[in-house]
Design a protein around this ligand. Structure first.
Ligand code: GAL
Length: 978
C-alpha cells in the first residue's frame, strides 16, 4: 500500500487539489440500457477520532471487518449513533488556518463487498459517488482509485479492469474535515458521510461518455432548435416531432415551449453504438433583454424558495419520494422557483423540476462565509492556489446539470465575498454554456453576473432599485452595467419562527417594477433534527442541543415548512401573497376584476367559483365565467345580481380560482387564488338581547355580584362567570418574543426583545386604584406598569350586565415616554380547562398577525385548543386568529363560554401562560397547565422579518396610544342534545 498522494507535505485531505484519479465530469442521467448496480445498503463501518488513527489495511481484500458496526449507506454517521451533529451558521467550527484542519478529524471507514450480477458483461465500468461529505479516499479490491472533495458534487472512477464476478471489496475512508471544508461553510449542520448514492455503471464499448442538449425556443416563430452534442456521435430520435437526427447537428421544428407553468417535455432517445439513453427534452430560451430576465420572450417572476436538502431523521439524505413531496407541496403553494441553496441538489431532484415545472437557480457547492470573521483574510476565492478547486466545482456542477430545461441560471456559490476565483468560475461557465445567465450575490459590483442579486434588502431599497435609482457604484462602467440588470432577491423574508411579515409589501414592489423579478424566501424547511425525550416526547433539536462548543442555536430552523414538512402559517401566507391570479372585488359595482399574473399560462386551466356568506354561513354559491385571459391581462366580471337567499347580517363574497382539472401536482378543485370582500349594503343584523340590566352589589365574602359575574371586591377582578371560575381579564401587553423580535442578525440596540425587556414589559404589575359601584356599572381603575420606570398604562374596566351577558369596556391611556412599541394590547384571562372545541366567527382558519394576515379569511371555523397552536421549533408567540367577532369555547357536554368583541379582536387560546411559552426552548418543555389562557387583543405589534432582514414596517408598529375596546362574556349552558 502506498502513501496517500499529496502535493507538498500536506496529506491529501489538507491539499487544495480537488481530486486524484477521477474521470472528467460529465452529464448525469438516471437510466440507460447500460447495467448499473446500486451499492447502497448495509456497509461495515468504523469511526476513528483522527484521520491517521488507523492504517489502510482495512481496504485489502480479506480484511475481517465482521466486528465493525453496520451502517446504512447513504447516511451521515452522526445521525446513526456515531458522533454528533453540529450546527454553525457563519463560523467555522475549527481554527481558520487554510488549508489545515484539526487533528481531531472524525474519520469513517466504510466497507462493503459485492458480487456482480450474473449477466454482468465485463469490460469498462465506472464507480460513481453522488455525494460524500467532505473528503474521501477510495479503494476497490485493494487498489487505490483516488481521493476527492466537493461534498455535493459527483465523482467517478474507471473501475472495469478491477472488477471480479464475486467478492469485490469497496473501501471508502471519509474525513469530516478537509481543505474542502473551507469551501463548504453553508449555514447548516456539519454532517459527514457518504450521503448520496454509490453506483456501479457498466460502460459498454461505444457507450455515451457525455452529451449536451441545447434547446431553444423562438417565441416569435414558435420554432424550437434542438442540438445534441455527444461523445461518441450517435442519433437522437424524438418520435412526437418525427425527428431522427444525427448528434451534433441542429434542427429547427415547430414545438410547444417548456416553462415552469407548462413544463412541456418531449420524450426522446439518444443512441450511440453502445448505449441508449431516454431523454426528456424541453425547449426554452433564457435571456436578459432590455434589463429584464426573460424566458421565451416573456418576463418571468420568481415566486421562489431557497431549498436545502433536509430530512429530520436523515439530514441531507433525501429520498426521491421526499423530493417529489417537496415539489408537490411547493407547486400547491404557488411556488414556481427554487434556488438550490447552497449546492447542487441530488441530481434526481432536477429531473423532477423538469417534469413538474420549476425555475431553478442551480448553485455551486461553495461558501466561504467564515472568512468574514477574520476580515476575509485568506479567503480561498481570492487566492489563486484555490482557483483549480473552484473551477473543478463549477465544472462538476455545470457538466452534471447542463441538460435540464428547468435550470435557467447558474449561481457561483453563496457568501464568499469577492475574488478572482469567482471571476475565473464565471469565465469558464460562460465559455462552456454561453446561454444561461450567471448569478452570484456577494459582489455588489456584479462584475461576474448577469443579474443584480441581493439578499434581505428592505422594501424601500428594493423599490429604489426597482426604479433603477439606486446609489451609483464608483466605477461608472460597472454602474451602467448593473443598472441595466434585472433585480432579484436571492434571499428575502426570513421564515424563522413566527412570520415572515411584510410579504405582501414585497410582492407589491415585484408587481410594480418591471426590474423586480421576485425572489426566493429564505428558506424552504426548518433543519430541526427529530429527537425524543426519555419519556418518549418527540421534539426537534437545533444548534447547541448536541453540546457543540460553538453554535448558532435555532437559526437553523427558518423554513416555511416544519422539519416534518408540515406547512407553517408562513407558507400559507406566501401562497396567498404570490397567487398567480389576482381577483379584486368591487362590491358597489357588483363585479370582480380578474388579472392573470402567470408568466406564460392562460386561465383555461382554472374554474372560478363564488360563495355568498351571511354571518359566516353559506347563503348561496355558483360558478363564475371568466374569459381565458393571457398573462398580464385583466377583465371585469359581473357577480350574480342577487343571491338567492338574503338574510340579515354581515355578508361577504368569496371568489376562488380552482384547478378545473387534475394536474401533475394537484387534483381538480385545488384552490389557486381567492379574494373576499364585504357585500355592499348588506342588511346589518341587529341582535336583540333580552334581559334586564343588573346593578352591581356587594355580597358577603368580599365579593361583588353583577348579573352572571362575581368579582373580588378588593381587586375588582372577575372570579366567576356563572358557575365557572375565571381568572379575571386583565390588561396584558407581553408576548413571548418571536425569533423576529429577537433579531439575531441585528445590532443589540435593534433587538426588540431586549428593548422590551429593558423597558420591563415582561414584568408589568397591576395597581388597583379604585373599585366603584355606581348605578349599573362596576368600575375598576388600575395602573399597569413595570418597576423602575415611570412609563405605564392607565386601564379602566367598566363592567355592565344585561340578562346573562356580562360586558366589559376597557379604556387604556398610556403615560410617560414610551421607548418601545407594545407587543400586544388586550386582556388576558384564565378559564377552566377541558375545552374540547373552539368555534369562532372571524379570520381563519390559520394563525395571523398584523403583517402576516393575507391568508386569513372571514368565516366560521372550528378547532381544538391544540389545533389553535403553531408548534414553532423554538416556542414563541403563536396562534392568534384575526378579526374575530365572536368565539365559543365548549367542553364535551357543550357548556362553556361565549366571547364577543367590539370591535373585532385577535383571539388566542393556549394551555400555558405567556411566561411559560417565553421560558421554553423546545416544544416538549411546554406542559398543559390547569388553566386555559385566553388573549383577547385589541391590537398586536407586527412580526416583520428581523431575524435576518427588515423589521416590522412602520404601519404595523403598535405604538402606545389611548385605546378603547369591549368584550361581552356569556356562560354557555350544558347542551343536552350532545
Ligand atoms: C444568508 C445565507 C443563508 C442563511 C441566511 C440566514 O445570509 O445566505 O445561507 O444563513 O442568511 O438564515
Amino acid at each position: 500500500m502506498h502513501e496517500p498522494p499529496s502535493s507538498g507535505t500536506l496529506p491529501y485531505y489538507e491539499d487544495v487539489t480537488p481530486s486524484t484519479g477521477a474521470l472528467p465530469p460529465r452529464a448525469w442521467w438516471a437510466v440507460s440500457d447500460a447495467r448499473r448496480v446500486n451499492l447502497g445498503g448495509e456497509w461495515r463501518f468504523r469511526l476513528s477520532p483522527r484521520a491517521d488513527a488507523e492504517d489502510e489495511s482495512f481496504a485489502r481484500p480479506g480484511y475481517d471487518a465482521s466486528h465493525w458496526d453496520l451502517l446504512p449507506v447513504p447516511s451521515h454517521w452522526p445521525l446513526q449513533g456515531h458522533g454528533k451533529p453540529a450546527y454553525t451558521n457563519v463560523r467555522y467550527p475549527f481554527p481558520v488556518d487554510p488549508p489545515r484542519v484539526p487533528t481531531e478529524n472524525p474519520t469513517g471507514d466504510h466497507l462493503r463487498t459485492f458480487d456482480l450480477p450474473d449477466d454482468w458483461p465485463g469490460g469498462a465500468a465506472v464507480l460513481r459517488f453522488d455525494g460524500v461529505d467532505s473528503c474521501a479516499r477510495v479503494w476497490l479490491n485493494g487498489h487505490e482509485l483516488g481521493t476527492f472533495m466537493g461534498s455535493r458534487l459527483p465523482v467517478e472512477y474507471e473501475v472495469g479492469g478491477l472488477l471480479r464476478p464475486r467478492g469485490n471489496v469497496l473501501a471508502v475512508r471519509v474525513h469530516q474535515w478537509s481543505a474542502g471544508s473551507y469551501l463548504e461553510d453553508q449555514d447548516m449542520w456539519w454532517l459527514p458521510g457518504i450521503f448520496r448514492d454509490v453506483t456501479l455503471i457498466e460502460r459498454p464499448e461505444g457507450a455515451v461518455t457525455d452529451f449536451f442538449v441545447t434547446c431553444g425556443y423562438d417565441h416569435a416563430t414558435g420554432l424550437g432548435t434542438l442540438r445534441v452534442d455527444c461523445e461518441p456521435a450517435g442519433t437522437v430520435t424524438v418520435p412526437e416531432l418525427g425527428l431522427d437526427i444525427p448528434t451534433g447537428e441542429p434542427v429547427i421544428v415547430p414545438v410547444e415551449p417548456w416553462s415552469a407553468e407548462e413544463p412541456r417535455l418531449y420524450d426522446a432517445e439518444l443512441a450511440t453504438e453502445g448505449e441508449r439513453i431516454p431523454l426528456r427534452i424541453g425547449f426554452r430560451t433564457v435571456a436578459v433583454e432590455d434589463g429584464v430576465l426573460k424566458v421565451n420572450g416573456r418576463r418571468i417572476q420568481f415566486r421562489g424558495v431557497n431549498r436545502h436538502e433536509f430530512d429530520p431523521d436523515h439530514g441531507r439524505v433525501v429520498d426521491p419520494e421526499t423530493m417529489r413531496q417537496d415539489l408537490l407541496l411547493m407547486k400547491r403553494h404557488n411556488i414556481n422557483a427554487v434556488r438550490t441553496s447552497h449546492y447542487p441538489p441530488h441530481p434526481a431532484f432536477l429531473d423532477l423540476c423538469d417534469e413538474l415545472g420549476l425555475w431553478v437557480v442551480d448553485e455551486c457547492d461553495l461558501e466561504t462565509h467564515g472568512f468574514q470573521m477574520v476580515g476575509w483574510r485568506g479567503n480561498p476565492v481570492d487566492d489563486e492556489r484555490w482557483t483549480p478547486a473552484l473551477l473543478d466545482r463549477a465544472a462538476r456542477m455545470v457538466e452534471r446539470d447542463k441538460n435540464h430545461p428547468s435550470v435557467i441560471m447558474w449561481s457561483l456559490g453563496n457568501e464568499c465575498g469577492t475574488g478572482r476565483g469567482l471571476s475565473a468560475m464565471a469565465t469558464w461557465i460562460r465559455e462552456r454554456d454561453p446561454v444561461r445567465p450567471i448569478h452570484y450575490e456577494g459582489d455588489r459590483s456584479c462584475a461576474d453576473t448577469d443579474v443584480y442579486s441581493r439578499m434581505y434588502a428592505d422594501h424601500a431599497e428594493s423599490e429604489l432599485i426597482g426604479r433603477r435609482e439606486e446609489p451609483a457604484l464608483e466605477d461608472a462602467e460597472l454602474d451602467k452595467r448593473r443598472r441595466a440588470m434585472p433585480y432579484v432577491l436571492c434571499e428575502y423574508a426570513h421564515a424563522m419562527g413566527n412570520g415572515p411579515g411584510g410579504l405582501s409589501e414585497y410582492q407589491r414592489i415585484f408587481e410594480t417594477y418591471e426590474r423586480c423579478q421576485g425572489g426566493f424566501v429564505w428558506e424552504w424547511i426548518d433543519h430541526g433534527l427529530r429527537r425524543r425525550t426519555p419519556d418518549g416526547a418527540e421534539y426537534f433539536a437545533y444548534g447547541g442541543d448536541f453540546g457543540e462548543e460553538l453554535h448558532d442555536g435555532n437559526f437553523v430552523c427558518d423554513g416555511l415548512v416544519f422539519p416534518d414538512r408540515t406547512p407553517s402559517p408562513g407558507l400559507i401566507e406566501y401562497k396567498k401573497v404570490v397567487e398567480p391570479v389576482r381577483i379584486e372585488g368591487d362590491a358597489e359595482r357588483g363585479t370582480v376584476t380578474v388579472t392573470n399574473r402567470y408568466d406564460t399560462s392562460g386561465l383555461s386551466g382554472l374554474a372560478f367559483r363564488w360563495v355568498y356568506e351571511v354571518e359566516g354561513e353559506h347563503s348561496d354559491s355558483g360558478r363564475l365565467a371568466v374569459p381565458d385571459l393571457g398573462p398580464g391581462q385583466s377583465a371585469e366580471v359581473e357577480l350574480p345580481r342577487m343571491p338567492r337567499i338574503v338574510r340579515a347580517g354581515e355578508a361577504f363574497w368569496t371568489v376562488r380560482a380552482v384547478l378545473a382539472e387534475d394536474t401533475a401536482w394537484a387534483p381538480s378543485g385545488h384552490e389557486v387564488a381567492w379574494t373576499q370582500f364585504a357585500a355592499a349594503q348588506a342588511p346589518r343584523g341587529q341582535r336583540v338581547h333580552r334581559g334586564r340590566p343588573h346593578s352591581p352589589r356587594r355580597v358577603e365574602g368580599g365579593l361583588i355580584v353583577l348579573g352572571p359575574g362575581t368579582f373580588d371586591a378588593a381587586s375588582g377582578a372577575l372570579r366567576c362567570l356563572g358557575a365557572s371560575g375565571v381568572r379575571g381579564p386583565a390588561l396584558d401587553v407581553w408576548r413571548a418574543p418571536v425569533d423576529n423580535d429577537r433579531g439575531m442578525a441585528r445590532a443589540p440596540e435593534d433587538q426588540l426583545d431586549r428593548r422590551w425587556r429593558q423597558a420591563g414589559l415582561h414584568r408589568m404589575r397591576h395597581r388597583v386604584d379604585g373599585v366603584t359601584l355606581a348605578g349599573d356599572v362596576l368600575t375598576v381603575a388600575t395602573r399597569v406598569a413595570p418597576a423602575a420606570s415611570d412609563i405605564g398604562l392607565r386601564a379602566v374596566y367598566s363592567w355592565r350586565a344585561t340578562g346573562d351577558r356580562l360586558r366589559l369596556d376597557v379604556e387604556v391611556t398610556p403615560e410617560g415616554e414610551w421607548p418601545v412599541p407594545l407587543p400586544r394590547l388586550g386582556v388576558r384571562m384564565g378559564v377552566n380547562p377541558g375545552v374540547s372545541e373552539v368555534r369562532w366567527y372571524g379570520g381563519g382558519p390559520g394563525e395571523a398577525y398584523p403583517d402576516t394576515r393575507a391568508a386569513a379569511r372571514i368565516g366560521r371555523w372550528t378547532a381544538t385548543v391544540d389545533e389553535l397552536r403553531t408548534p414553532y421549533v423554538r416556542p414563541q408567540e403563536n396562534g392568534a386568529r384575526a378579526d374575530v367577532r365572536w368565539a365559543e369555547l365548549r367542553r364535551e357536554n357543550g357548556a362553556g363560554l361565549r366571547l364577543e368583541g367590539e370591535p373585532a379582536f385577535w383571539f388566542t387560546a393556549r394551555p400555558w401562560t405567556t411566561e411559560a411559552l417565553d421560558a421554553a426552548e423546545h416544544t416538549h418543555e411546554l406542559t398543559a397547565s390547569p388553566v386555559l389562557w385566553l388573549h383577547l387583543d385589541h391590537a398586536l405589534h407586527g412580526i416583520g422579518s428581523a431575524s435576518c432582514g427588515p423589521g416590522v414596517l412602520p404601519e404595523y408598529h403598535l405604538t402606545p396610544a389611548p385605546a378603547a375596546f369591549s368584550f361581552t362574556f356569556t356562560a354557555l349552558p350544558e347542551d343536552a342534545s350532545r
